[in-house]
Design a protein around this ligand. Structure first.
Ligand code: FES
Ligand SMILES: [Fe+2]
Length: 337
């Protein structure tokens, strides 16, 4: 299988939601690396390699005490920055805190998400605009671990043509299509597919739930964040910020944050409706990614060709791998969806 590119370790990866990390340490794997996250003094979040520096016991088996994480094997306690605060039965001398420290990992908490960066690289998260905006309603949807490649999940969200088939009848329809205009905006570290269409999609979910639509935009923020926005005559109707965190070469942990303008119904009702209606769609994509990986693995690796609908082409892969692109605008191209 193709290994994960270095760009994953060098960028901020969402590994947990804030509410998932409370009184106990939480183990997560990102890019093949076991990480433990916990809240120490003042609720501050700390991320460490999930390996005790003493005898390599998984720290995530430990417990939180006195604002630090205590390894269950010999009771060494590690403070917020991984510094060793205690070795039970022994006196620490100056400098021991650093000498016996666990390995800290860069971590930041933003809008209810906890992000880690394994290696130096990306300074901050990309500017995702409205996803933290106080005058919108938001909710998170964590998906657990999926079988599949993060790259294929990213391409799935950016690609409209699968929706007529994998989501036939729900989002779009295989037997009834409409003319659309597709254009592509290319950025140095991203790419965006814009779909202009006169009415919402043909599937029943769009027909039932969606306010009038002019266009949708789906943009990759390299390497693993995708934001989809639906816009009507009165502006944004729905924004989904999706984070595809690679666990290893054949599994990923997806998260999505849903953002809607305040006003159209109470937040809890919008959340309940979106979860209810999107559940089958998410299950279809999840199954598709697992089957796609079955197909890839059966032949020892991916061998894709680009078709006439793949307007983003190999550039999604290039961005995922940390390459930059020449900015530009392409299209509009006529297609039917
Ligand atoms: S292995 Fe962790 S304290 Fe000894
Ligand atoms: Fe899909």
């Amino acid at each position: 299988m193709t290994p994960l590119p270095d760009s994953i370790a060098r960028s901020w990866q969402l590994i947990a939601l804030s509410h998932e990390v409370r009184a106990k340490p939480v183990p997560r794997t990102v890019a093949n690396t076991p990480v433990v996250i916990f809240r120490g003094t003042n609720g501050r979040i700390t991320a460490l390699l999930d390996r005790c520096p003493h005898r390599n016991f998984p720290l995530s088996d430990g417990r939180i005490e006195n604002g630090g994480l205590v390894c269950p094997y010999h009771g060494w306690r590690f403070g917020p920055d991984g510094a060793c605060a205690e070795v039970p039965g022994c006196e620490l001398t100056p400098g021991d805190d650093a000498r016996f420290a666990a390995s800290p990992i860069a971590v930041l908490e933003r809008n209810g998400g906890i992000f880690v960066r394994l290696e130096p690289g990306q300074d901050d998260l990309p500017d995702l605009g409205v996803w933290g905006d106080a005058d919108h309603d938001h909710f998170w949807w964590a998906q657990g671990v999926w079988r599949g490649r993060a790259l294929d999940a990213i391409e799935n969200v950016l690609d409209a043509f699968h929706t007529n088939y994998i989501h036939d009848g729900i989002i779009r329809r295989s037997g009834r299509r409409m003319s659309v205009k597709l254009s592509t905006n290319v950025f140095e570290q991203g790419i965006e597919q814009v779909i202009e269409q006169p009415v919402p999609d043909m599937g029943w979910m769009s027909r039932m739930l969606e306010p009038p639509r002019d266009r949708s935009r789906t943009r990759l923020y390299a390497p693993t964040t995708v934001q989809a926005r639906w816009e009507g005559p009165r502006g944004l109707t729905l924004c989904v910020s999706a984070f595809f965190t690679p666990v290893d070469a054949g599994s990923l942990r997806p998260f999505a944050r849903f953002t809607t303008p305040k006003g159209r119904g109470p937040a809890w009702l919008k959340e309940a409706a979106i979860r209810l209606f999107l559940n089958p769609v998410v299950a279809q994509d999840r199954r598709a990614l697992a089957r796609q990986l079955d197909g890839i693995e059966a032949f020892g690796g991916p061998r894709f060709i680009q078709g006439p609908g793949d307007l983003l082409g190999a550039r999604v892969t290039q961005l995922y791998q940390g390459q930059t692109l020449e900015p530009g605008v392409e299209g509009p191209f006529e297609r039917t969806l």
